[in-house]
Design a protein around this ligand. Structure first.
Ligand SMILES: [Zn+2]
Length: 336
């Protein structure tokens, strides 16, 4: 066991900043704790400790600065690394790798995108980081069987939250996922492709495409690669600016300002689309980046990247629109 040098607040993540990770609890000076791992994050080395919960047989795990602990365990020091996973079974999360021995930390919902932290796994449980309200994050354990490497299809194969569907039973189906790769030579895709299907699962053609949020149409035209396109500018209550991009349209409507779910054109197969009729939906921050995948250069070098966002050398930030489709418009307002 290790010993606390001083009393400390214990956090849900490796940053002593309540704006990022909330408080798990606290430990006292000279308290015996178990150091589970060490992690280098935000310029500091953190100890992920396990400690007893007063008045309970349960224990909690959380982060304190490693310098505040007299560490006796010989544990590996990780550099922060995360891998994207999707919640395929809604579940509680726990303050340690066992649903009975550790308190509930919170919960994650079906379709939610989470990060698997540092490849940490104990038995069936993995340590994940996920968004909570107020722009904060938590790290906690979940049964790995609840996660997958691709987003689950919602409500019997239907992505329904991201757009208005006029006909009962119609839904949007994602045919090509965001993959965090901007290299066109390796099928990079900084967007999602969606098709419209009816209740029988048959793809529908010639259907309208809708604005994902209120906004202003800032560009509309035709390009060799993108085909007929529309770009909408969205501003949030917090003053952030986002753009949604709709490509390969059969035709676009001539509009200036649009409301969420207002039709902006008809789904098509124009431009360099090679997979049949679909909507290519992209979301970017700050600028309506023209290159939605591939052909982005950093200092003259084609650059491959990973993760849920990517910032190119012109400060265009690309976002994974899957979040929008699985979590609804609150994503635009709160998370991006
Ligand atoms: Zn696409």
């Amino acid at each position: 066991m290790s010993t606390m040098k001083s009393s400390q607040t214990v956090y849900y993540g490796p940053k002593a900043d309540l704006n990022m990770y909330p408080k798990v609890g606290s430990v006292s000076a000279n308290e015996q704790v178990k150091v589970v791992l060490k992690e280098v994050a935000n310029g500091n080395t953190w100890a992920y400790i396990e400690y007893n919960v007063t008045g309970s047989t349960q224990k909690k795990r959380g982060y304190v600065l490693a310098s505040t602990v007299s560490i006796t365990e010989n544990v590996t020091t990780y550099n922060t690394s995360k891998q994207t996973r999707y919640v395929r079974t809604a579940s509680s999360t726990y303050l340690g790798p066992d649903a009975n021995k550790y308190p509930v930390a919170g919960s994650v919902s079906l379709g939610e995108e989470v990060s698997w932290v540092c490849s940490v796994r104990e038995g069936a449980y993995v340590l994940i980081e996920y968004d909570i309200s107020g722009g904060q994050k938590k790290r906690a354990y979940i049964d790995a069987n609840c996660l997958g490497t691709s987003a689950p299809e919602m409500a019997s194969g239907r992505y329904i939250q991201g757009g208005k569907i006029n006909s009962a039973g119609d839904y949007w189906h994602i045919t090509n996922q965001w993959n965090g790769n901007n290299n066109a030579n390796t099928n990079g895709h900084l967007a999602i492709d969606v098709v419209r299907k009816n209740s029988s699962g048959t793809s529908l053609s010639g259907k309208e495409v809708y604005a994902i949020a209120d906004g202003t149409v800032v560009d509309r035209g035709s390009q060799k690669a993108n085909g007929n396109y529309v770009i909408i500018r969205h501003s949030t209550a917090a003053g952030k600016i986002y753009y949604s991009l709709y490509y390969h349209l059969k035709e676009s409507y001539n509009k200036t300002s649009v409301k969420k779910n207002e039709a902006i054109g008809i789904m098509g197969n124009t431009g360099s689309s090679s997979v049949g009729e679909h909507l290519h939906l992209g979301i970017t921050k700050n600028q309506p980046a023209g290159g939605y995948y591939g052909y982005y250069y950093v200092n003259g070098v084609k650059t491959r990247f990973s993760g849920e966002t990517y910032v190119d050398n012109q400060n265009n930030r690309f976002y994974n629109p899957t979040k929008y489709f699985t979590q609804g418009e609150s994503i635009i307002n709160n998370n991006y």
